[in-house]
Design a protein around this ligand. Sequence first.
Ligand SMILES: Nc1nc2c(ncn2[C@@H]2O[C@H](COP(=O)(O)OP(=O)(O)OP(=O)(O)O)[C@@H](O)[C@H]2O)c(=O)[nH]1
Ligand SMILES: [Mg+2]
Length: 231
Amino acid sequence: MNDLHAKDNIVTRSVKVETSVLRRNDQAALANRQLLTERGIVALNLISSPGSGKTTLLEVTLVRMRERGKRCAVIVGDQQTDLDAQRLYGKGAPVRQIETVSSCHLDAQRVGDVLPEVIDDQTELLFIENVGNLICPAAFNLGEDFKVVLLSVTEGEDKPIKYPVVFSRAKVVLITKCDLIPHIEFDRDKCLRYLRQVNPGAVIFELSAKTGTGFEQWIGYLAELGRQDER
Ligand SMILES: Nc1nc2c(ncn2[C@@H]2O[C@H](COP(=O)(O)OP(=O)(O)OP(=O)(O)O)[C@@H](O)[C@H]2O)c(=O)[nH]1
Ligand SMILES: [Mg+2]
């Protein structure tokens, strides 16, 4: 009986701690949101498993957006190293790396700390590359306008139904590394069916950063963001 009470107590305490962490995060997310809204900046939170192609996508996207005269900024999170930031420097956008060290996701406070360093009056689009992880980043609002979830074809078509929370919260889903489809077993129709099952309204792009397939549509979509307010 005592054991049961002890376990109940631990469960109650861990729920309380989690709730307060998320509440604190939500307050910081609101502050980020207010700053971004005041500046008219559209912010995208990029989430995927490690290695799905987030940084590679940004390498190509930043260059294409610069060609279109669209001003971008990037915040990138990893547990350790600034390797991703190094890859993104010199592509026409200010970049700041956050090392989360013991945390498996970015949180709104950390993003808020560096936000004023990357945006200015001209910034139109902010990309936030989250730590590679399909579970934890889904729970932490960063103040973004919407989430973009990447799924590379080498991960398998079943990921949307295995990790439904993150896929259901995405406005946009990018199926990446499509150039590899001829070399692997990837059931595209099944993948799209699973995606529709968990998120019927998701905007889906099928891309290859290596061949450029699908990038016209993706870049065209990004270029239109924020324009609705200008009309
Ligand atoms: N064939 C192919 N490889 C790709 C493509 N996009 C990315 N890759 C490769 O996939 C690997 C991982 O890509 P990254 O862009 O570093 O992935 P990431 O999601 O940023 O990884 P983390 O930041 O560690 O989570 C690299 O070796 C890329 O060259 C693609 O479209 N086609
Ligand atoms: Mg990366």
